[in-house]
Design a protein around this ligand. Sequence first.
Ligand SMILES: C[S@@+](CC[C@H](N)C(=O)[O-])C[C@H]1O[C@@H](n2cnc3c(N)ncnc32)[C@H](O)[C@@H]1O
Length: 424
Amino acid sequence: MSPKKGLFADTKSAPRFRLDEPQTEVYVGDCREVLAGLPEESIDLVFADPPFNWNVKYADWKDDMRREDYLDFTYQWLDACIRVLAPHGALWVNIPDDWAAEIVVHLKSRGLHMVNWCIWHFRFGQCRDSNFIVSKAHVLYFAKDRKRRIWNPDAILVPSDRASLYNDKRTRKTRRPGLRVPLDVWYGPYLGRIQGTNKERRPGHRNQIPETYMSRVISACSNEGDLVLDPFLGSGTTCTVARALNRRSVGIEFSEPTAESAFERIKNGAIRIDAEFRRELRQLATEVFLEIYRGEYSEDDVVICDELNRRYIEACRNRMPGASEEDLNLALFAERKSGRLRHKLKPRRPIKHARYIEASEAAKEEAKRKLGKTLDQIMCNPTYKAVFDEIAQKQAPGERRYRLRKAALSIRKRGKSHSRPSKD
Ligand SMILES: C[S@@+](CC[C@H](N)C(=O)[O-])C[C@H]1O[C@@H](n2cnc3c(N)ncnc32)[C@H](O)[C@@H]1O
């Protein structure tokens, strides 16, 4: 455990596990008791995924109360969460049909505002014949103050159907061209239930929430450095994702072995957050590229021609401020390789590379050796690209940078041989 100071100056109980940067604390115990010891209004965001009283075999918690007892328990932990929630804070609850209505009524009775009643739709429900197969959970989004709540729509945008499916040009003129805030029914890539073969799966845990779901909640309703709390930590999804998104977090778990395993996961870090980010980058790269260069230029040209690249990067950054040039260029190459960017190029006069093909090949090999990077990585990163240019210029003084880069990429395409001039 870190010797640094904890998240709260004085609490009745101490966290069992702790990490720094960003501060992350895991308490072991009944959340009602632990919450009672935390300072009032100290939490920016609460996410709760309680036991559903479905007689699930949790490590220690008995999940088969009488209905009235379960409701009492529910109202107690809800009230304890409301007490620690900051006035600008949001409270999210993941809950099945059985209890959603009672929770909504209770939270409204406590003066909270229902911002959204979302549905998490999954397609791996338990098969049965007796009635319809359950394929959803309710994701209730409440705030203490509707107007003061933290809400970051730009952090959770998804491609709009109009733009991505129907290529509706009007969507390019909106404030967030081609993108929109997600619908209140959640499903899609990495939003299914976490099954045995899923890379995120933590054996021995029940009802694990997908990282992508959690990242949507945390990104939308908190800022970097904010404090997120999960009173039913389970496998540790909330704290794991909070750390990946640079939020401080507190998790409470009744079972000691479960908390220990959650802490292991928290230390190991998130699996999808980076992958999800890459997927978003690739989606963005596709949309921007097709929007401004479809049929006009190849993906290679957009990466290696300074003028074309400047326009591409600028257009991407209008939608995803802060995305790096390297990430955006690599995303475009990745999409090219996947074959999703199929578009017919207008015929052009071929460039004859024969004169400087050897210079380019030598520069390519030297730059790769010096930087320890692949040619694609070199062409996508402005600093590495400059190293290649410098070496290539020495080999072919006065030759245009674009031509030398293009020749290097055409060698990549044709494989090793440089005895034959490129046709492109
Ligand atoms: C549905 S699971 C949470 C799953 C979690 N969202 C995840 O993604 O892994 C509920 C967890 O709450 C724990 N739990 C049950 N009652 C509790 C209580 N009173 N206080 C703290 N934790 C409790 C259970 O041991 C279980 O691990």
